[in-house]
Design a protein around this ligand. Structure first.
Ligand code: CA
Length: 226
């Protein structure tokens, strides 16, 4: 899952990036509202985190514009304890939740899970598909009851598939989910990760859709005997 963090305080940003990265998210970071709007024109994010006071003004009108343009990704805002008016204005503008600084990263991560769960109309944090079970709260994943050890990128990829079980995901999208703006990706990197995921589960789990990308196989097509 790819998150856009818009925060001008470098220390806070670094803390959030490192905490969420450890929790199996990919975080891309920018500093101004203008940069955020530019990023959203070219890239897709599953969730946005906005500090309210940005170098080019309050994030509130930016949030309002994005929501008016039909942005569906949930928005969480970060605000100081004494800024109740701003908090309310941000929620009115379309933000989905807020956190008051300073906050505990575990709470931020829990709130992110709740927002994504709500968006997907799920009631718990476990994604199940064809023998794969991924627990987003515990950060654990198993196949047919056997715990799997995944690299961070494999986790990001498998999670993207499990969050979108019926969609064809293009290689570009999978690259963006795994690497964001990190750049310098070898052309076959996604293929290599998928190869490893198949080896760790079953070769049938993820199928190639020629010229379009990859998708999870129908559950009936996944051979449980593998
Ligand atoms: Ca700020």
């Amino acid at each position: 899952m790819r998150i856009l963090l818009v925060e001008d305080d470098e220390l806070i940003a670094a803390g959030i990036i490192s905490g969420l990265t450890q929790h199996g998210y990919h975080v891309d970071h920018c500093v101004t509202g203008k940069q955020a709007e530019a990023a959203l024109r070219s890239d897709q994010f599953q969730l946005l985190i906005f500090d309210l006071g940005l170098p080019d003004g309050l994030a509130i009108p930016v949030i309002q514009r994005l929501k008016q343009q039909g942005l569906s990704a949930p928005i969480l805002v970060l605000t100081a304890w004494d800024q109740i008016d701003r908090k309310v204005a941000a929620l009115d503008a379309g933000a989905d939740d807020y956190m008051v600084k300073p906050f505990d990263l575990r709470e931020l991560e829990a709130r992110i899970r709740v927002l994504v769960r709500r968006q997907q109309a799920r009631t718990d944090d476990v994604l199940n598909y064809a023998g794969v079970s991924m627990d987003l709260a515990q950060q654990s994943v198993s196949y047919q009851g056997q715990a799997l050890v995944l690299t961070r990128r494999e986790w990001l990829l498998l999670k993207e598939f499990l969050l979108n079980p019926k969609r064809i995901l293009s290689r570009e999208r999978l690259e963006s989910v795994c690497y964001g703006w990190d750049g310098d990706i070898e052309s076959n990197t996604i293929e290599v990760h998928i190869h490893h995921l198949r080896k760790k589960t079953t070769k049938d789990l993820i199928r190639n859709v020629r010229g379009m990308g990859y998708m999870l196989a129908a559950e009936s097509e996944v051979d449980d005997a593998n």
